[in-house]
Design a protein around this ligand. Structure first.
Ligand code: SF4
Ligand code: SF4
Length: 451
């Protein structure tokens, strides 16, 4: 059998774009640990849902891995100390990638500590009930590490009447520059399989499919070599195309099922997890430990030492930039990938659980990116790019006159998952995705004010 047949990829979704990948800077670099910053800032709201509630007080000593905040509701997760040190504050305001400041627990790191994780106890997962497994996932503080930051345990409890038959594991990593999931698939394959087994038991899913873009065939091979013989877990190569890693697109590519407008994957019997999330769960749950660090790709023309770094949650970007020798004229730092990520205004923003990458551009690249905005020329390129067949041109025109409600009621604004394809192809440089983000936020605030 030829190599092409061995890795024959599944047919894919319609539309989408093919941006330059820029992954060669870091794809071959093994994961390395970053030093511990002298001060760590753990935001209480770094996931979708209610912020966590602090369990510690200023002046208190904490051990690396110890719970320092409890979940603030069902859609919420606890936080664990990323370092051994002393709590300086529990309500210090730190800036976020989205802009507004949020309260954080500040810990001064003990320089002399080995930073060994001493917290946690071994547990035999085979003896745990489904409920106990779900509780263990919640206690780990795990959220979607692919960027969604959705609490992982919530997906394990489908609403009444819904059944999860298939687990989809997202190993696409379709954003340019990012390679942390690629490295996790290559270096943490056993953990990944263990995490998949755990989540299959917790959901009751009968099968699991790992979807990997076909620009990472070494990862497909590494995973296939480790797959259990019972055949319930498979690994499929899918076409390299942006946004293949968006959950609706991946489900469509692998299962030919469509998530209904306004619906969720569970509506069609599916739960989607990122490979990094499951690899972490596979490692943490058997030791009853919490999420305290994650792999982050740091890359881009403004980085002297690009790589995939194991970074403690709460590490400030300023410290990270020093460690990777970010150039002094770097003036655009994006948290996430360049398609869906956000440009940060301050390097005081800490690394949070959902941050998979930091991409740094220099002045020259920035100039190229900041081209003037022209009126819409009705070329239709954005309609051809939108993977879910929205009308970004019309949405953009409505946004420019602030008809935000019409965008929602007549043009399916809320189905837009801000993939950035329309902005990417627009010859007039209209920041369509940014408009849609603002429109959604204005509508959300208007609804909250009216409630
Ligand atoms: S309208 Fe939304 S979903 Fe469609 S291409 Fe633009 S950002 Fe992506
Ligand atoms: S791609 Fe830009 S210029 Fe072309 S139709 Fe869409 S919004 Fe208008």
């Amino acid at each position: 059998m030829g190599l092409l047949n061995l890795f024959r990829r599944t047919p894919t979704f319609r539309h989408g774009v093919h941006p330059m990948e820029h992954k060669e800077q870091t794809a071959h670099l093994a994961i390395r640990r970053l030093p511990f910053a002298p001060t760590i800032y753990v935001p209480l709201a770094q996931h979708i849902g209610a912020p966590a509630l602090a369990l510690v007080k200023p002046g208190q000593e904490v051990v690396r891995g110890e719970p320092i905040a409890e979940a603030g509701g069902f859609v919420s997760v606890p936080m664990h100390a990323p370092v051994t040190g002393i709590v300086r504050s529990v309500d210090h305001l730190v800036p976020t990638a989205a802009g507004p400041k949020t309260p954080a627990i500040v810990i001064d790191t003990y320089e002399a500590s080995t930073q060994e994780v001493l917290y946690g106890r071994e547990q035999d997962l085979s003896t745990l009930s489904r409920e106990a497994l779900i509780e263990a996932v919640k206690a780990s503080g795990m959220v979607g590490l692919g960027g969604a930051a959705f609490p992982s345990h919530v997906k394990l409890l489908p609403p009444e009447g819904k059944v999860i038959d298939t687990l989809i594991i997202n190993g696409c990593e379709c954003e340019p520059y990012l390679t942390c999931d690629h490295r996790v698939m290559l270096e943490q394959t056993d953990r990944l399989i263990a995490g998949i087994r755990t989540i299959m038991r917790a959901t009751g899913a009968k099968r699991a499919i790992i979807g990997v873009e076909d620009n990472k065939l070494d990862a497909v091979q590494a995973i296939r070599e480790k797959l259990p013989e019972d055949g319930v877990i498979s690994c499929e190569a899918v076409e390299t195309k942006y946004p293949q890693g968006a959950e609706k697109m991946l489900i469509s590519s692998l299962l030919k099922r469509e998530v209904p407008s306004g619906g969720l994957p569970v509506d069609i019997g599916v739960a989607v997890y990122n490979v990094g999330t499951l690899a972490q769960l596979g490692e943490l749950i058997p030791h009853s430990q919490g999420l305290i660090e994650r792999v982050v790709t740091v890359s881009g023309p403004g980085v002297g030492k690009p790589g995939n770094y194991l970074v403690p949650i709460g590490t400030p970007l300023s410290f990270l930039m020093d460690q990777v020798k970010s150039s002094s004229d770097a003036n655009e730092v994006i948290v996430g990938g360049p398609m869906m990520g956000m440009t940060v205004a301050s390097l005081s923003v800490p690394i949070t659980k959902g941050v998979s990458g930091v991409v740094v551009f220099e002045q020259a690249a920035e100039d190229q990116r900041e081209r003037p905005v022209h009126p819409c020329i009705k070329c239709g390129a954005c309609l051809d790019a939108c993977p879910i067949n929205l009308n970004p041109s019309m949405l953009g025109q409505l946004a420019s006159v602030r008809h935000y409600e019409t965008m929602e009621s007549e043009y399916h604004l809320n189905d837009c998952f801000e993939c950035g394809c329309c902005s990417y192809v627009c010859p007039s440089n209209i920041p369509l995705t940014q408009y849609f983000r603002i429109a959604k936020s204005v509508n959300r605030e208007a609804r909250a004010a009216a409630a």
